[in-house]
Design a protein around this ligand. Structure first.
Ligand SMILES: [Zn+2]
Length: 274
């Protein structure tokens, strides 16, 4: 728990000098004239750095969340792949339907030839037995061809039924995904607004805090943020560094708690904060 760098106390409620010996009036009274504002007398720099770290870590988290949200808004891989599956199945269905129509035309033309042959064969105009025998063989061949085309047509129609059923299923699946995605998008967009508004608030707070810190402290802090995975300040946890866990020597602990200087962890090199 990091104590605040500022304390706000309602006037006339406390004996200021007795209760807040370690704090000084910062001279800045907030917007409310009935409130004192105090700033820590000795610990302000280290607490300001620790507070800055808290704010910067929150800014990092919020920025990561914005990035995730933008990726979600840009597109849903599950919807994309469901649409691709439907497209592929529809293409396959269209090809099968075109093939069926071609085979149906073929069957119609074979049927027309059969009718033509039967008319000639049974019309009584052909009398030569050899010619009749030849025509009958030809007719049988056409009928076999017609029968095998019929079998093929049936198979193709069954396949088309299956494909139509599958296409309807995929379509329904895609519809469901899209409607749940549009609800998601609404929720995500609302979340993005909230995250953005929090981000501008904390960014403002960070800029104000940086304005109160001296250049040397900021240089050290910024360097550590760059080189220590975004975490420059480690708060003590049970007399050990809260970041790397290394026990802090007694002498060092006293210096950290005194708060007069910036003390670094001998394990990870981060700034230690009480
Ligand atoms: Zn450490």
């Amino acid at each position: 728990m990091i104590p605040p760098t500022h304390l706000y106390v309602k006037k006339d409620t406390v004996d200021v000098n007795a209760w807040f010996a370690d704090w000084r009036e910062s001279g800045k009274i907030g917007t409310r004239s009935d409130t004192y504002e105090f700033q820590s007398r000795t610990m302000s720099r280290i607490f300001s750095l620790a507070h800055l770290q808290t704010i910067d870590s929150e800014i990092d988290d919020l920025s990561r969340r914005i990035h995730q949200i933008d990726q979600k808004l840009a597109g849903d891989p599950a919807v994309t792949s469901a649409r691709a599956a439907l497209d592929a199945e529809e293409k396959h269905l269209a090809e099968e339907q075109a093939a069926l129509r071609a085979r149906e035309r073929e069957a119609q033309s074979v049927q027309a030839e059969i009718k033509d042959m039967e008319d000639r064969l049974y019309g009584g105009h052909v009398t030569s037995p050899r010619e009749l025998e030849g025509m009958e063989k030809d007719l049988e061949m056409h009928k076999r061809q017609r029968s095998s085309l019929d079998d093929e047509l049936l198979e193709r129609m069954e396949r088309i039924d299956q494909l139509q059923k599958r296409t309807r299923e995929l379509n329904g699946h895609l519809d469901q995904m899209q409607s749940s995605r549009s609800k998601d998008i609404e929720a995500i967009s609302r979340e993005k607004d909230k995250v953005n508004s929090r981000l501008s608030g904390v960014t403002l707070e960070r800029d104000q805090l940086r304005g109160e810190l001296d250049a040397e402290a900021l240089r050290t802090y910024d360097h550590l943020r760059r080189t220590k995975a975004g975490r420059a300040v480690a708060v003590l946890r049970l007399d050990a560094c809260g970041a790397c866990g290394m026990a802090v020597a007694t002498g060092l602990l006293q210096r950290v708690r005194a708060g007069d200087e910036i003390v670094f962890c001998s394990g990870c090199g981060r700034i230690l904060s009480p």
